[in-house]
Design a protein around this ligand. Structure first.
Ligand SMILES: Cc1cc2nc3c(=O)[nH]c(=O)nc-3n(C[C@H](O)[C@H](O)[C@H](O)COP(=O)(O)O)c2cc1C
Ligand SMILES: [Fe+2]
Ligand SMILES: [Fe+2]
Length: 353
């Protein structure tokens, strides 16, 4: 559950906390849950920025109703169509029949193909603004973060940037939403894991979007992403972290990931670890079968070197290592020095069909 929190006069967090989903995108573990942040902005017109996962639509509507009557909504801004943010759109439309849906033209195309709604839609141009009476919204296209249709929304008078998934984090908010009231260390590590698993493939678009926003010369006091904390004390910190992760800034660390059925490959991993440590270099060592893959990816993100250890398995590499290598390719986490070691019992690594 989450109760609305006023961020600035007339701007509310009306999101929800999900402690039920075990795997985000059915892939990435959520030991601390996840939040879907939705925001209500009240000028003369009433605006909702992003919605929440479909299962939580009732809670979102309850949150909105505790501030205004949901029927009064004039606009819903769709920064991103992934269902963790757009899933409640049909319920919002049902409850607020006059609401207009706004997004990039790609987003509006996707709204139409996802939902078949009769609602009025408005495609916004990059840099265009919407005067809502007392407050102004500015739309900044930020494609491929991490889908093609994405944009940021900027609330001019209150200097709040709503960048949706950019600068997001795993971890639910349990009624404390600001960077100065949550366990930031935990959130920064959850944010890195979020970056590694969701955003890393699109690193160059992160850098492009940061550059673009910097060049706009707008003043940003608060960053309000669609997952994780709202940054009001030190908003630049999360931007710097995303920038560092995107640049693949190397940390002095070697990650060793091995599999082992009977302990032989494990022995080699241990000797390697000792030798590398004796050179004054830190190591992180993972037994792949008993480690959470999202934590391995997060640790691999800015590690300059990775060493894989695998026992030969039916004429092939040990299957979970193959899975990891595949993920590194998909997430474009490949720019690393690679080491390999392994063991075998009866000979060559080829299949006998
Ligand atoms: C299911 C299975 C399949 C194996 N396939 C091969 C193989 O194709 N070629 C080979 O030389 N050894 C094969 N081995 C032997 C292992 O690679 C060897 O025992 C290795 O040292 C095991 O390492 P570990 O003790 O770290 O599990 C296989 C072993 C098992 C249990
Ligand atoms: Fe997303
Ligand atoms: Fe998301």
């Amino acid at each position: 559950m989450g109760k609305p929190v006023e961020i600035k006069p007339g701007v509310y967090w009306v999101g929800v906390n999900d402690y039920e989903t075990k795997l985000f995108e059915s892939l990435w573990s959520l030991p601390h849950g996840v939040s879907y942040n939705s925001y209500l902005i009240l000028g003369e017109k009433k605006v909702l920025v992003d919605t929440v996962k479909a299962e939580y639509a009732d809670e979102l509507i309850e949150n909105i109703n505790s501030v205004i009557d949901v029927k009064e909504l004039d606009y819903v801004i769709v920064n991103h169509l992934e269902p963790d943010h757009s899933g409640s759109l049909p319920e919002i439309v049902k409850n607020a029949p006059n609401v207009k849906i706004m997004g990039t033209s790609r987003a509006i195309d996707m709204v139409k193909s996802f939902f078949h709604l009769d609602q009025e839609t408005i495609s916004v141009r990059d840099g265009s603004t919407l005067d809502i009476g007392g407050k102004t919204l500015r739309f900044i296209e930020a494609p491929w973060l991490h889908w093609p249709e994405t944009m940021f929304t900027y609330l001019v008078e209150d200097k709040i940037l709503f960048p949706c998934d950019a600068f997001g984090s795993f971890g639910a908010l349990s009624n404390k939403i600001f960077d100065d009231e949550v366990d930031l260390e935990l959130f920064f590590s959850e944010s890195k894991r979020y970056f590694a698993t969701i955003v890393s493939k699109y690193s160059k678009f992160v850098l492009r979007a940061i550059e673009k926003v910097k060049n706009l010369g707008i003043d940003i006091e608060i960053i309000a992403p669609s997952h994780g904390p709202v940054y009001r004390k030190n908003p630049i910190k999360i931007v710097e972290l995303f920038e560092r992760w995107s640049r693949n800034a190397p940390e002095k660390r070697v990650v060793i990931v091995y599999g082992s059925m009977y302990g032989n490959t494990k022995k080699i991993a241990e000797v390697l670890e000792e030798n590398i440590n004796s050179e004054g270099i830190d190591t992180a060592v993972y037994n792949i079968s008993y480690s959470d893959i999202s934590f391995i990816l997060s640790d691999l993100l800015n590690a300059p070197a990775v060493i894989f250890g695998c026992p030969t398995y039916d004429g092939n590499i040990f299957p979970p290592i193959r899975h990891l290598v595949n993920l590194l390719e998909i997430k474009r986490l490949q720019r690393k020095i690679i080491g390999l070691f392994g063991t075998y019992a009866w000979g060559e690594m080829h299949c006998h069909n």
